[in-house]
Design a protein around this ligand. Structure first.
Ligand code: PGA
Length: 251
């Protein structure tokens, strides 16, 4: 089964020249991969990178989107603008945005907007901390309920879920959920979605893991069928590390 490897560049790099160089390297890296590679550069670089990776194996994603099509929304970018600039994926509800105040309600609107605009959303969910009572499961369930509320099954099926425990995202010592925790959560997410949409549809949702993935740990997650891919942050900025992650099968 093909995996999906997504590089979230976050607010990096600082110059267009560096962004072009990295995109060029990823383009080369992806040529030999049997899996699907997506890069999510900052909005300002999307248009140019879109031109560079046309006819390559790399697809383009954005890190955020607004829900309306157009209008008086200073500073916002609409789904249609992304789509018209070669973007096919969009990260929604990343924990770094939720920390800045993005609520479940806003995440829901963005998810709907992205779907309506023909983008493939990568919806991030994850708990702030792990407790021994299993409250973290309730957090993830609440986030899923909030995001998918009112979205019909056949539309919802396009959404990719990224399980990103907040405590692992950007963790300074690269401490991450271990593969069995990620696996357990992927199963829990599909089970929760099965409660909304039935077991057949629920079990076919794509679930990624993200949070301090490195070239050393990537394949530990990817060997599991239940993990459909990875959302990689800092390690996607280093071409040599990202290359090993994207080409994990050759290891
Ligand atoms: P990280 O980020 O790999 O740097 O922890 C993951 C993410 O933010 O998606």
């Amino acid at each position: 089964m093909k995996k999906l490897i997504v590089g979230n560049w976050k607010m990096n790099p600082s110059t267009g020249e560096e962004a072009r160089r990295l995109a060029q390297e990823v383009k080369k890296i992806a040529t030999k991969s049997r899996d699907k590679v997506v890069i999510c550069p900052p909005t300002i670089f999307l248009r140019e990178i879109s031109g560079m990776i046309k006819k390559s194996k790399v697809a383009l994603g954005a890190q955020d989107v607004f829900w309306e099509e157009k209008g008086s929304f200073t500073g916002s970018i609409s789904p249609i603008m992304l789509k018209n600039n070669g973007v096919s994926f969009v990260i929604i509800g990343h924990s770094e945005r939720r920390t800045l105040g993005e609520s479940d309600e806003v995440v829901k609107k963005k998810l709907r907007g992205a779907l309506k605009g023909g983008l493939i959303p990568i919806l991030c969910v994850g708990e702030k901390e792990r407790d021994t009572h299993g409250y973290y499961l309730a957090t993830v369930k609440r986030q899923l309920e909030g995001a998918f509320f009112g979205i019909s099954g056949n539309v919802a099926a396009k959404v990719i879920i990224a399980y990103e425990p907040v405590w692992a995202v950007g963790n300074k010592s690269f401490s991450s959920a271990n593969p069995s925790e990620a696996l357990e959560m992927a199963i829990f997410i599909r089970k929760t979605l099965a409660d909304f949409y039935g077991s057949k549809r629920g079990s076919s949702f794509a679930v990624l893991y993200g949070g301090s993935v490195t070239k050393e740990t990537a394949s530990d997650y990817l060997v599991h069928d239940a993990v459909d891919g990875l959302l990689v942050g800092r390690e996607s900025l280093k071409a040599s590390s990202f290359s090993e992650i994207v080409n994990f099968r050759k290891k």
